[in-house]
Design a binder for this molecule. Sequence first.
Ligand code: UDP
Ligand code: MG
Length: 155
Amino acid sequence: MPDKQQTLVLLKPDALQRDLLGEIIRRFEMKGLKIVGLKFIRLTDEMLDEHYSHLTSKSFFASLKQFMMQTPVVGMVLEGYDAVSEIRKVVGSTNPREADAGTIRADFSMNMPSNLIHASDSPESAAVEIKRFFKDGELFTYEKITDRYIFGEGV
Ligand code: UDP
Ligand code: MG
């Protein structure tokens, strides 16, 4: 039985500026990932120091943070079988020019840091990142008619 997981996604300022929010959310919906949390977040310097703590020593750290604060970002929590790795597959590699065609980053972006999306990279970081950006009351459980096709067995 596959593992039903939740994962955190941020749609970055370039997605908002380039009117790609709907297209990207649509791709997650089409994949069969269930949206259980969705809101605007205005990222702060402190939030980004924590979120990108693995990158503090990099030369691009300051410009990455500046970029992430240009506009609000759209925060999403998505649920599905193996959601963490499935989303990373749909999103594509960090460098859009190395990402496989058909992935969101390859299809719609060319550069870093403006590669449209953040997605948690492991179930452990997903748990930490969901808590970082969402309160319990902001996550919703609900049934959809299509759940039996997405999650069911022997439909
Ligand atoms: N980034 C960058 N230059 C680089 C590597 C990363 O600007 O050489 C930015 C890019 O926006 C990336 C983010 O830093 O999405 C976080 O990097 P990470 O290695 O965690 O990649 P991701 O998990 O986003 O694919
Ligand atoms: Mg990362």
